[in-house]
Ligand binder design. Structure first.
Ligand SMILES: Cc1cc2nc3c(=O)[nH]c(=O)nc-3n(C[C@H](O)[C@H](O)[C@H](O)COP(=O)(O)OP(=O)(O)OC[C@H]3O[C@@H](n4cnc5c(N)ncnc54)[C@H](O)[C@@H]3O)c2cc1C
Ligand SMILES: NC(=O)c1ccc[n+]([C@@H]2O[C@H](COP(=O)([O-])OP(=O)(O)OC[C@H]3O[C@@H](n4cnc5c(N)ncnc54)[C@H](O)[C@@H]3O)[C@@H](O)[C@H]2O)c1
Length: 451
């Protein structure tokens, strides 16, 4: 008789892995399909290598700001070796063995859906009660005259670099562009950032964009707003871009940080009753269910494309399949760009709040002017915090911080927003002295229209 699995997971990035781990631990019979490496984009070519390689220049800059510290230098070869170690030298055999040891079946092939509960891969058909799609996204490389002649890098080329270029153009103005610029400029590469609009980080508050731009410029990045590429060509081993304003820019490589597209083409989603939107993202309900027995987690859903969200959705789906029905909620989830200093945000922006007619008040505080921690932390202290409140409900609905360690202390706002902690309770907190967290009290005190 044909073997029937409880759950089949297509794509083993962070979303697929978390779902698999939970389902296997609960005793389910699981088959996983991975066409490249178990661990997905995040582990090998995105979050892990990018954050690892940023740490050195962050430390060096902290040292520049730290009193009585000097002489920190970066060593590309050692940094690269540690990056490669952290990216497992692009070897996932230990991960595959781990799943096999725990009783899952591992199929190293591209899978396609052939119908409800039916998957084809590696010339075989697999039957299953549930299918979880976790196939992630691929980078978008814009096309323009001569785009096929230039040296074009996406995140994979970038985060497996053996040798550093002397100069690059980075196209884009969001997370990948800013982190890449921070990394490369930190290692002394000449970076020109071409942002097609008038500001960076178009989804965040304008103050955040302005601070991000100022810090990037300070680190030596040539930031060009309204920067577009008219055409490109190869010349003497370099890539020459003709920009929209007519100027030419010659660089060793062009990094495209221009967004991503879901890996759903030809996947057979509709054959299992699933729907895709006009960009190819899978449509899911609040349980991350696409249709009966068909689920989706992670970037392929197009909902907050971050690893922590992919992992969260993996937990939601696994629990739903295990009979503990859970709804996914997306309030109070942090968004961090690991630039220098870190750029963190959570909840709504003023623009988003206005769209849903909330009565809001926003305040921002400069940290060195108001609390002690920036001064004990560094000699030339930096940092800003902004919060947004709902005046009627008297709760925080948005926050941002551009400051050292903001990725850590934004979680205080994340919890407040996610759980609707009343402002009166937030005001009654007693944060550690001296810590960046004290800034929240200062910001709350600055509000005019709250009790
Ligand atoms: C440069 C960069 C840096 C980033 N840094 C961060 C960060 O610091 N923090 C953060 O939260 N997010 C970060 N992200 C985003 C993060 O990488 C994604 O949100 C995350 O990887 C999504 O996980 P996922 O499981 O949905 O998909 P993925 O990690 O993309 O994994 C999908 C997997 O599915 C496999 N697959 C696809 N199709 C098939 C098929 N038909 N059959 C079998 N297997 C298939 C793929 O091979 C892949 O392994 C970064 C992204 C980039 C590009
Ligand atoms: N720290 C993190 O959590 C982190 C870090 C890096 C990436 N990510 C995620 O990875 C994904 C990819 O990031 P990203 O920054 O590439 O994508 P994005 O979609 O966030 O931003 C794309 C950028 O490219 C620009 N752009 C798009 N098409 C263009 C074109 N044809 N010409 C010029 N500019 C163009 C856009 O204006 C925007 O600034 C996102 O989902 C992001 O959230 C997360």
């Amino acid at each position: 008789m044909e073997e029937i699995f409880d759950v089949a997971i297509i794509g083993m990035g962070p979303g697929g892995e978390v779902a698999a781990d939970r389902l296997i631990a609960a005793g389910k019979k699981v088959v996983v399909f991975e066409s490249e490496l178990i661990g997905g984009e995040c582990a090998y070519w995105a979050c892990v290598p990018s954050k690892t390689i940023l740490r050195g220049s962050e430390l060096r800059d902290e040292a520049k700001h730290g009193a009585g510290v000097s002489g920190i230098t970066l060593n590309w070869q050692q940094a690269r070796e540690y990056r490669d170690y952290m990216a497992r030298h692009l070897d996932d055999s230990a991960e595959a063995e781990g799943y096999l040891r725990r009783g899952a079946q591992v199929v190293r092939a591209r899978a396609v859906i052939a119908g409800p509960g039916r998957i084809q891969a590696d010339g075989r058909e697999y039957l299953t009660d549930h299918i979880i799609v976790a196939t992630g996204t691929a980078p978008i490389f814009p096309s323009f005259p001569g785009s096929d002649q230039i040296t074009a890098w996406g995140n994979r080329e970038l985060y497996t670099l053996a040798e550093l270029p002397q100069s690059v153009a980075i196209v884009g103005g969001s997370a990948v562009a800013l982190e890449t610029a921070t990394f490369l400029a930190g290692f002394g590469v000449g970076v020109t950032l071409l942002n097609r609009s008038r500001r960076l980080l178009g989804r965040e508050e304008p103050e955040v964009a302005a601070l991000a731009e100022a810090y990037l410029r300070e680190s030596g990045v040539d930031v060009r707003m309204n920067g577009s590429i008219a055409k490109g060509r190869a010349e003497g081993g370099r890539s020459v871009l003709t920009l929209g304003d007519g100027n030419e820019l010659a660089v060793d490589a062009v990094v495209f940080a221009t967004g991503r597209t879901p890996r759903t083409e030809g996947l057979g989603i509709s054959l299992a009753g699933g729907l895709l939107d006009d960009k190819g993202y899978m449509q899911v309900d609040e349980h991350c269910r696409s249709s009966e027995g068909l689920w989706a987690v992670g970037d392929v859903t197009g909902i907050m494309p971050f690893t922590h969200v992919a992992k969260y959705q993996g937990r939601i789906v696994a629990d739903c399949i295990l009979g503990k029905e859970r709804n996914a909620g997306y309030g109070g989830i942090p968004r961090v760009v690991f630039a220098n200093p870190e750029i963190a945000a959570v909840g709504l922006t003023r623009e988003q709040a206005d769209l849903i007619d909330l009565e809001t008040e926003a305040v921002s505080v400069n940290l060195p002017e108001t609390i002690a921690r920036p001064w004990t932390y560094e000699q030339n202290p930096r940092g800003d915090l902004g919060i947004l409140i709902d005046r009627r409900q008297q709760v925080m609905i948005g926050a941002w911080a551009v400051a050292p360690q903001a990725s850590e202390w934004i979680h205080q706002a994340a919890l407040a927003i996610r759980t609707h902690i009343p402002l009166s309770v937030l005001r009654d907190q007693v944060p550690q002295f001296p810590s960046y967290n004290e800034a929240y009290l200062v910001a709350l005190d600055k509000l005019e229209h709250s009790g």
